[in-house]
Design a protein around this ligand. Structure first.
Ligand code: ADP
Ligand code: MG
Length: 285
């Protein structure tokens, strides 16, 4: 049976904006040894800003217009930043087809032109050659009718509390911290180094997040938690020992798949919840 004080621990953590979906997770919180984080929207704000536009054969304005039109149906934070940078009304009559390619980008037909907006992998999938671009930030590639047409650089900001949480987790007996991201190598390593995350895997498709999670769990044989926010994190959240979802900015599917929901999106709440759970357990036993 579950000790009564575990229910009061649920109340205590809820005051800090953490929703624990069952008293059994209070005990689980005390047992976490590995914590695996998603990057975008979890360790970073997930609010991108366009910092550069570079076009080939067409004007920057035209390139941004096509990109914004193609992205206008996407809820991805990169898509939102491109639509925001365009800053004009989107005439949806001009969009005849649109498709979101999870972990890659979007494909749309605009004024009878086929537009691709996304990462290198997306262009590789369509056998489109592109220029090598030296940028540590996130580069969004754009192709028009199967030809590379330019790129847009976007950047995200690391949450101020992230560094503090990673070092605090070490003091809470957490063995190792990891990051699994769909983002590219340079961005992934930059964020991980700044935060002191032990191990990083990058350029992962949604399904690869889950297989990497399971590989880490199997290798280490330790109770492993996962923290994420996106649709692409839902399978991993559902299969982790303890799944934490960002409740504010996070997708509904991530919230549904999680065991613990961080309602205020402050990842400091993760270490707070573990601390409270550990105190509760000391009182019980
Ligand atoms: P993360 O795992 O970091 O949360 P995602 O799986 O959401 O990232 O996306 C991985 C990568 O796929 C992004 O970094 C971006 O390069 C590309 N991507 C996904 N969706 C879009 C989109 N709508 N527009 C442009 N790029 C996208
Ligand atoms: Mg994410």
């Amino acid at each position: 049976s579950i000790p009564l004080s575990f229910f009061s621990a649920i109340g205590a953590v809820s005051k800090r904006g953490v929703l624990v979906k069952g008293a059994n997770y209070i005990e689980k919180l005390t047992e976490i040894q590995n914590i695996i984080f998603d990057k975008t929207g979890t360790l970073t704000h997930g609010v991108f800003e366009v910092t550069k536009i570079n076009s080939k054969d067409i004007s920057k304005e035209e390139l941004l217009k096509f990109a914004a039109y193609a992205e206008s149906f996407s809820t991805h934070p990169i898509a939102k930043s491109i639509v925001k940078a365009f800053d004009k009304t989107i005439d949806s009559k001009l969009i005849s087809e649109h498709e979101e390619l999870s972990g890659l980008g979007v494909k749309a037909t605009i004024e009878n032109k086929e537009i691709l907006v996304g990462n290198k992998k997306l262009l590789n999938n369509f056998n489109i050659t592109y220029d090598e671009i030296n940028e540590d930030l996130n580069v969004v590639f754009i192709a028009i009718d199967s030809k590379f047409a330019g790129y847009i650089v976007v950047s995200d900001i690391i949450k101020v509390e992230a560094k503090e949480v990673i070092s605090e987790l070490k003091t809470l007996n957490i063995h190792k911290t990891y990051m699994l991201t769909g983002d590219k190598k340079e961005v992934a390593l930059n964020v991980a180094n700044q935060l002191g995350i032990d191990e990083v895997k990058y350029e992962l498709l949604p399904q690869e997040k889950l297989t990497n999670f399971e590989a880490i769990k199997k290798q280490t044989n330790k109770v492993t938690a996962f923290v994420g926010d996106g649709i692409n994190d839902a399978p991993t959240l559902a299969n982790s020992d303890v799944g934490f979802a960002m409740g504010g900015v996070g997708s509904d599917l991530a919230v549904k798949s999680a065991d613990v929901v961080i309602l205020n999106d402050n990842i400091k709440s993760i270490s707070d919840a573990i601390k409270i759970a550990k105190k509760t357990k000391v009182i019980v036993y």
